[in-house]
Write a protein that binds this ligand. Structure first.
Ligand SMILES: C[S@@+](CC[C@H](N)C(=O)[O-])C[C@H]1O[C@@H](n2cnc3c(N)ncnc32)[C@H](O)[C@@H]1O
Length: 396
């Protein structure tokens, strides 16, 4: 979609065509049929743009819920946009700090920009290098009635003097945003660290694979998960930082957070370890990435089953908002032949296999075990004090 096609989509006729395409897709019509029908009303390129927009809105519902129907997208912009729950959390932190004038240097289609403008009521400016992406962000803030300015420009050259907070969320050239490669950023990692340690309070969204040793001095690294999925790391510059490391777990019942200050172990004291007890506790991935597994252990008077693995054991379940807990039913043989016999003896036919710290591919193992029976079970394969261990467990 080019800038002219998008401009046309925003006209009454374009908006009607998108709505019509969306309604037809909703009724189950296939894209070719819809395209043929709409071709009677507009040029091929405009029809393609309307149809693409309608199908992007359908796809966007998984991320934006019903609000997707009011918003505009590009395929990459939708992919890269921060999920509303995560953006709202960041925006609330900025609101608590007290922000009156905010700049999002790499605003994309406006995922973060919309959240910050809504939560803070600040005067907001967004910039993006890509003209179509910037136009989409402009249309999105307008659709929500937010008084936000969006400019097409290189955000790294914006004069930040008038702003009391800024954000940067670089595009990742690998497209996925999951892995961390310092050379894969646009703007570059140096620009990100320069902003974080510069004079204006700033926050950066980065890939959750960020190594701890790259976090600049005085900057808080916050790993955020949403409904069990690790989404991102946010780096908060010194003026906005409230801890060194933080895990924030967003869930159906709200937010739970842990910081290095909740961790009695830290770098100095060795973590308590021991044999598997009544419960096995699996901390949320945000906790694991933040290196705060021992803080979860402290919350439930637990211990690690192996100093290098993110499993806690305890006499009671772990904190529900920060971890998943399993009652340990029994230990089974770790060797495959004996394990198969033990599972068959228990008539276990449906098996969920969880693993940590062992070289096993659950789907392949399940196939090799060739189980049959009417019992459903969960098996954990891990190392306890360095030895491969199989535990039959039951989710709490
Ligand atoms: C990951 S996306 C931002 C997503 C946004 N936070 C959201 O929630 O929708 C990164 C954006 O940065 C833009 N970009 C890359 N380099 C830029 C630069 N130097 N100045 C402004 N924008 C830039 C890209 O065009 C892309 O749209």
């Amino acid at each position: 979609m080019d800038a002219d096609a998008f401009r046309w989509l925003l006209t009454d006729e374009g908006t009607r065509l998108v709505a019509e395409a969306a309604a037809a897709l909703e009724d189950g019509a296939n894209e070719l049929t819809v395209q043929a029908r709409l071709r009677r009303r507009a040029d091929g390129d405009l029809v393609t743009a309307a149809l693409t927009q309608a199908s992007l809105r359908r796809r966007a519902r998984a991320k934006f819920g019903e609000a997707a129907d009011l918003l505009w997208f590009t395929p990459a912009g939708l992919e890269q946009a921060t999920r509303p729950a995560v953006a709202a959390h960041r925006a609330r932190r900025l609101a608590a700090y007290g922000v009156d004038a905010f700049a999002d240097l790499t605003c994309g289609i406006g995922g973060d920009l919309m959240a910050v403008a809504t939560a803070t009521g600040a005067t907001c400016v967004g910039t993006d290098l890509d003209p179509v992406t910037a136009a989409v962000a402009r249309a999105n803030v307008a659709s929500l009635g937010l008084p936000v300015a969006v400019d097409v420009r290189d955000g790294t050259t914006l004069d930040l003097a008038p702003f009391d907070a800024a954000m940067i969320d670089p595009a990742r050239r690998d497209g996925t945003g999951r892995t961390f490669r310092a050379d894969a950023w646009e703007p570059s990692w140096d620009v990100v660290t320069g902003l974080l340690t510069g004079p204006v309070p700033a926050v950066a969204k980065v890939a959750p694979g960020l190594p701890h040793d790259l976090v600049p001095e005085g900057v808080e690294a916050e790993w955020v998960s949403d409904r069990g999925h690790l989404k991102e790391a946010a780096l908060w510059g010194p003026a906005l930082a409230t801890a060194s490391r933080r895990a924030t777990v967003l869930g159906a019942t709200g937010l739970a957070t842990l910081t290095d200050e909740d961790d009695p172990v830290g770098d100095r004291v060795p973590a308590p370890t021991g044999a598997v007890g009544d419960y096995l506790v699996e901390p949320d991935d945000a906790v694991v990435r933040a290196g705060l597994v021992t803080a979860v252990a402290a919350r439930c008077d637990g211990w690690l089953v192996d100093p290098h693995l993110a499993y806690v054991s305890a006499h009671a379940p772990g904190p529900a908002a920060l971890s998943r807990s399993y009652r340990v039913l029994e230990e089974l043989p770790y060797r495959e032949k004996q394990l198969r016999a033990a599972l068959r003896f228990r008539r276990i036919g449906a098996l969920t296999i969880k693993k940590r710290g062992v070289d096993v591919v659950p789907a392949q193992l399940r196939k090799r075990l060739d189980l049959s029976g009417d019992v459903t079970a969960t098996l954990v394969l891990t190392r306890v004090a360095g030895a491969g261990t199989a535990l039959l467990v039951e989710p709490v």
